[in-house]
Ligand binder design. Structure first.
Ligand code: 4NP
Length: 190
């Protein structure tokens, strides 16, 4: 991936600027229902940090802007497709709350509607600056500008979402760790 491109994004640089080198990196993934896209992003990020041996540096969670599925496991179709990739999704659906803006450093929305809703909820301008679109971390999928909602799609929709999120979570991990570890490309870029 191109670390410079992601770090050059002023919104990303500002959001990451609030993370101290020795503190946990707290990331909240947000979609509408919190049963398809955001729990998949959470599961992929958890697996990635385990694979890269730095799980203890991260605090990862997900939530939905809507409250339709609170208390539910992820959508069965998403769990089936994730499991085919060796990923068990066991997040319990919850709704975004105002305290999330205190408890997380970066709040990542899957699409523009999620972003708009999050912005309307942000209690302060500083809190609002923590909100980033997942598309800011697309590398192989830069032709897309959001993570498409697979809820009304067939199998291909779920597979596509997992492909997009796999790419984006890798780029997110690379970008954040480069920034925290004071990688030159992140500190000086832009
Ligand atoms: P998600 O997908 O936002 O990726 O979790 C959806 C899940 C449920 C609904 C919409 C989108 N729904 O309308 O119930």
């Amino acid at each position: 991936m191109d670390i410079l491109r992601h770090c050059d994004n002023p919104a990303i640089r500002h959001a990451l600027g609030g993370i101290a080198p020795d503190s946990k990196i707290r990331v909240l993934f947000v979609c509408l229902g919190n049963i398809c896209r955001s729990p998949a992003a959470e599961g992929l990020m958890l697996a990635l940090t385990a694979e890269r041996g730095d799980s203890e540096r991260w605090e990862i969670d997900s939530a939905g802007t809507g409250g339709y599925h609170i208390g539910d496991l992820p959508d069965r179709r998403m769990r089936v497709h994730a499991l085919r990739r060796g990923l068990t999704l066991d997040h319990i659906c919850r709704q975004v709350r105002e305290s999330d803006f205190d408890n997380f450093d970066i709040i990542i929305g899957m699409d523009q509607s999620n972003i708009s809703r999050l912005r309307s909820m942000a209690p302060t301008v500083e809190a609002e600056s923590k909100i980033l679109p997942m598309a800011a971390f697309f590398g192989d999928y830069s032709a897309y500008d959001h993570v498409p909602d697979p809820y009304y799609d067939g199998d291909e929709g779920f597979e596509k979402v997992l492909d997009i999120l796999t790419d984006a979570t890798r780029n997110l991990h690379d970008t954040v760790t480069a920034h925290i570890d004071s990688d030159d490309s992140c500190q000086k870029g832009g």
